[in-house]
Design a protein around this ligand. Structure first.
Ligand code: HBI
Ligand code: FE
Length: 302
């Protein structure tokens, strides 16, 4: 999705720096009847593009979640209709927010099984680029996985963990786990590597890049390793972390992070593209994509 979330927006943005909300939990009415035909048409374009790409690239749970939800190409989904299905399946609901919300507000929603979804949709000229999560990223990318009980529990636990991590001043480390699982996670299926991360599943270009390109590293997911690894918010990931099975997230949902944070204090931090001798490498990337974009390379080409 080239989800260009500004660093300031993702981390510790004070509420006052965003538009002040009418409700303290930042929810708004989705205002479904206000969507224009142009906005529904953007949804259709994105929906049809991704629906063609995802079979054989997204994991079975994602495809199944999509089939079980009242979601299709015709129109931007109605959050209340989706919540009706979700509540029965996993006790989750989807609530509308204006865009990025402060960390503590975000975590409070997740801890209570409410997924805050941006109510707006990107403009026709920014189909592959957006600064804040919109309804296509949040609903198409995240909601199908919330039908799955493992992901449902895991994301709630992230909300609870986030509130604690913020108090301990170690949110950055936990946010990396979210980033490399919920947003950009891959999982090994018997028939091949598959996407379960919403940041990939809602982006046409990154769907191909994450699964097929020879540039990125694909490394077996290991919790402490991921907590030590920075990530890119402005471009495709240099490294994807791969689960052996989605059930591995179940253990993560019940982990006590506090001792981990203590052990990791002062330990090294790794750049997004680093490969360690201790890694279990699924595919070693050529790094070509990101190397070509570095300033030296750009000067060399001039
Ligand atoms: N707000 N709406 C929204 N969506 C997010 O994914 C989000 C957010 N606020 C904070 C946030 N993500 C992250 O910074 C935390 O996961 C750390
Ligand atoms: Fe997201």
């Amino acid at each position: 999705m080239l989800q260009q979330l500004k660093e300031s927006a993702r981390h510790g943005l004070a509420a006052g720096e965003m538009h002040a909300p009418a409700r303290p939990d930042w929810t708004i009415d989705q205002g479904w009847s206000n969507y224009t035909s142009e906005e529904h048409a953007v949804w259709r374009t994105l929906f049809e593009r991704q629906s063609k790409l995802l079979p054989g690239r997204a994991c079975d749970e994602f495809i199944r979640g999509m089939q079980d939800l009242p979601i299709g190409p015709e129109q931007i989904p109605d959050f209340e209709q989706m919540s009706k299905v979700l509540r029965k399946r996993t006790g989750w609901e989807v609530v509308a927010v204006p865009g990025l919300v402060p960390d503590d507000v975000f975590f409070e929603h997740l801890a209570n099984r409410r997924f805050p979804a941006g109510h707006f949709i990107r403009k026709p000229h920014e189909l592959d680029y957006l600064e804040e999560p919109d309804v296509f990223h949040d609903v198409f990318g995240h909601v199908p996985m919330l039908v799955n009980p493992v992901i449902a529990d895991y994301i709630q636990a992230y909300g609870e963990g986030g509130l604690r991590a913020k108090r301990l001043g170690v949110l950055e480390k936990l946010a990396r786990v979210y980033w490399y699982t919920v947003e950009f996670g891959l999982v090994q299926q018997p028939d091949g590597l598959r996407i379960y991360g919403a940041g990939i599943a809602s982006s046409a270009s990154e769907t191909r890049f994450a699964v097929e390109d020879d540039s990125p590293n694909r490394i077996r997911f290991e919790l402490e390793r991921v907590m030590q690894t920075r990530y890119r918010i402005d471009d495709f990931q240099e490294t994807y972390f791969v689960l052996g099975h989605l059930d591995e997230l179940l253990e993560l949902a019940h982990i006590d992070f506090a001792p981990l944070y203590e052990r990791l204090a002062g330990s090294p931090e790794y750049e997004a593209g680093t490969v360690l001798a201790t890694d279990t490498v699924v595919t070693r990337g050529t790094g070509r994509y990101h190397a070509a974009k570095r300033p030296e390379a750009a000067r060399g080409m001039a």
